[in-house]
Design a protein around this ligand. Structure first.
Ligand SMILES: [Zn+2]
Length: 283
């Protein structure tokens, strides 16, 4: 199938409701009651929390590590998700929903269905109370099969990214107007399964340390990219746009002068997340 046919096909088949039991697991994905109140930031000492935010890519004694027997499953899950991303295309994958992910796996012989161990791990990564990892940001998606509204977004030419219409897109346009062409959009809309892929990649790279992964990246279901936040960078800086180095660039210096722009994760945030000068808070 040609990539450009992808979204059209899915919109025709998306009416089928997804039930996890269909895909080989007897229990449906449990949805934990969601605490919509202010994150409970008092469970760790402020000192320790700030230390973790500063040294986000270190291991700490009380970090939650995936058990050894699940690490192979994590690797196989990472490989499968990345394979599907390369198959459907980077931009399409960023707005893919869980139902579609399962369909690709099921109906494409080269991909193959997710096995029960992989589904159980997805279930765990999505439904776990992220505060257990030391992540105190709020839950954004209550259900694994939440979808991003493709009718309410536009593809931004030359970026491989989508942006939600309305306030997010307007904020990006204002930034482009005020900062100029040195500024680029590095990450826009991200669905639950996109966040799952990014989190899985990170978790493998840190040997299954889920706490350490969550200091760099919101666990699946906890990303504001699913509802409007976005990331910017400086042209030519590449992956270093996602490091503190970005805060030394002229692009960031200009951004911080703009009173309509807020950064979601500051140096001393109490969410258990590293400093992210590139992450624009919209919602
Ligand atoms: Zn971000």
């Amino acid at each position: 199938m040609k990539r450009r046919d992808f979204l059209g096909l899915l919109s025709a088949t998306a009416a089928t409701a997804y039930i996890l039991a269909e895909y080989g697991k007897k229990d449906s994905i449990p949805v934990e009651p969601v605490n919509r109140t202010t994150p409970d930031v008092g469970t760790e000492s402020e000192n320790l929390q700030l230390q973790k935010v500063t040294h986000f890519d270190d291991d700490f004694g009380d970090d939650v590590i995936l058990p050894v027997e699940k690490f192979d499953v994590l690797i196989s899950l990472r490989d499968k998700l990345n394979y599907i991303q390369s198959y459907v295309g980077y931009a399409n994958y960023s707005v893919l929903n869980f139902n579609e992910l399962m369909k690709y796996a099921r109906y494409n012989g080269q991909i193959g269905e997710f096995n029960s161990a992989q589904l159980a791990l997805i279930d765990e990564l999505f439904n776990e109370n992220a505060q257990v990892y030391g992540f105190y940001g709020e839950r954004i998606n209550d259900h694994i099969d939440d979808r991003v509204d493709r009718n309410n977004m536009v593809k931004v030419a030359g970026t491989g990214q989508f942006m939600f219409k309305g306030q997010p897109l307007q904020t990006l346009k204002n930034l482009e107007r005020d900062v100029g062409r040195q500024m680029i959009l590095t990450s826009g809309v991200r669905s639950v399964v996109k966040q799952l892929l990014l989190f899985t990649n990170k978790a493998v790279s840190v040997n299954g340390n889920l706490s350490r992964a969550s200091r760099s990246l919101a666990p699946p279901g906890h990303s504001f990219h699913a509802i409007g936040d976005f990331d910017v960078g400086m042209k030519g800086l590449g992956k270093r746009n996602f490091t503190a180095e970005f805060s030394n660039t002229p692009v960031y210096q200009q951004i911080r002068e703009l009173d309509y722009i807020k950064i979601r994760y500051h140096e001393t945030n109490r969410f258990g997340v590293r400093y992210e000068p590139w992450h624009i808070k919209v919602v």
